[in-house]
Ligand binder design. Sequence first.
Ligand code: PXP
Length: 252
Amino acid sequence: MKPLGRLRLGVNIDHVATVRNARGTSYPDPLRAGLLAEAAGADGITAHLREDRRHIRDEDITSLMQGLSVPLNLEMATTPEMQAIALRHKPHAVCLVPERREERTTEGGIDVAGDVARLKDFVAPLRAAGCRVSMFIGHDVRQIEASAEIGAAVVELHTGHYCDLVAEGRTAEAARELEALREGAALAHSLGLEVHAGHGISYDTVAEIAAFPQVMELNIGHFLIGEAIFRGLGSAIEGMRRRMDTAREAAA
Ligand code: PXP
């Protein structure tokens, strides 16, 4: 199949808040980063309100909702507290992620297949409120099918393992993982799900994932905020945008 149009870039600004919180100051401001990202070509802003508020805080969600022109994708755990917050703000998209306090980042995908009834109930009011609900999952067939079953509009495929394998130079395993992601993207698309991808993506790994014809959006944070230290956030995002567009055109 041909690529389905322009690939969207969602910029995750969590780690702007991580730096702010390290000193307990009011800066750097995640909204300012979001506005800069918009100007540099981001199609959306992603923020993860974690249960422990280690980076993004409740008042950041308020200011992002009020200040951004592009859509906000709110990442959150499937807890009643987070559901109430999402229903209060009604962001464009809600991406449901697993969360354990001790992890450094979101380490695995959500177990949709093992929690179908609860997640169906969890997702229903979010859908009714007009949020596009996305499940952050691995490429496992069961998880993809269960995401369709519970009424999610979107799956975001977890690319973290693939990116780790590339970084470690484990080429053969990386190729297998990429193939599994490719098959997962095709299956999800065939079930009517919109396909996104994210986690761990850098300049070294973006092209292969951007070339998947079914993928409509990438969500990228850690690498971009790190790269911004050296070349500025706008330039870091523009560099990613260029690589995405080049990969997309080459795959067409
Ligand atoms: N997508 C989801 C669902 C995530 O949880 C994260 C990390 O917060 C990302 C994308 C972005 O990952 P990274 O910061 O490694 O680019």
